[in-house]
Design a protein around this ligand. Sequence first.
Ligand SMILES: [Zn+2]
Length: 441
Amino acid sequence: MRYFLPLQTNSLFTSCLCIILFFLLIAQAFSDVIAEKAKWKHDAKSAYSIVHDDACDYGKEGIFQTAVPMADARDLPLGMGVIVGQCEDKASWLPNYWEDTIAVYAQNGHEIVNHSYTHASAPGWNKTKEVIESKQVIESHIDDEVTFFVFPLDQYDQATLQYLESNGYIGARAGTEPYNDRGVNIPTAAFNPFHSNFQALESNTGILRTYLNEAINKGGWALQEMHEVGTGSSWGIITPTAYESFLDFVKGRVDDGDVWMGTPSNVVKYIKTYFSSGDVSVNNNTITFATPGNVEQKYATEITVILTFDSPPNDSVYVIQDNIHLEVEQIESKEYHVHMDPTKGDAQITLGTFTVAESINQFKKTIQFNQGIVSALLPEGPYSIRLFTVNGRQVSETITGFSIDEKIHQRVNTQGLSEGFYLLDISYNGGRVCSKILLTR
Ligand SMILES: [Zn+2]
């Protein structure tokens, strides 16, 4: 991994590249605006998830080798239900099996879902091993928490569902009886994510499109169970050709705004945050949720808020929550989407101008970003460092410190970030600088 500031590339340093970007926000009056929560992310009509069971199992290599690359090519996130004992077995003779495959997929936005340690039938099994130890093993190899469970053979019992809930999970695909149906989930305030309905692909691939269309028509969430992608004969297998054709169909529905494809945990979080946070409203430029305190922290996530202005704003729209610029998308001349987590407080709408200001030298600061390490000369006092996308979405932790001898070195964790331009934002005693950096791998 290499990182560099394009403005400080050794002897090729040129003043025309030496720019610092500033957000200069000039508050302007704007017309009335109405806020409304979108039922699904990006205001799509429905939500859709695929979980491939039996990942790591022998004879199911197509899940990682074929399905994931095909989904990546279409920017569609998958859930992968790993049999943890099988992953461990492979790792015993394939060096870095976890790090080179599973951890990479998790970093790329796919969700590692727990499909138990041994793939035994749930009733009567060793709960500690299948539910807790398996979770710990996965989490020792990837950066994310493991929060969704899919039962082997779709068999479960009530006691295990409660056990999951008390041990760090936020949802499950529990099976077919006695409480789960095969079908589309129609979320309500009473939605129980441990009883997520689903459909399994057995042999008729035609049911894939039918099920997704049903979700679109009903405005619900379809959770599709699949297994191997290949040309063998295992249960529920789908050929690479049929799988790719189906993903093209899904991608088309996503691009049409009919479907938001999310991983199971992300969909569950969206549903719970949507229903718990209450109505959203705008008063004097401030976006407020009625009951953000009702959102349980384990479910808290960004949901899409639709802002509709009564006349097109005469400048760029910014939404700032807790000093952070939120991601804002313009949909039409008067309609904008902002993605916000209601539990992080009210947000302010501001119209403003994004301007590029002067050279780094005028601030007499030396900022370097190399191999993830930020080096800078800062005046004595507290400081904070954050990394944003160019759209103003924070993608790093906020690193705070106190400059004593003026020279600081801090590591920014950029794991999981794709290549491209980012904004490195440093607030310090007496000012703030924001420089554009290029992240390469
Ligand atoms: Zn299975």
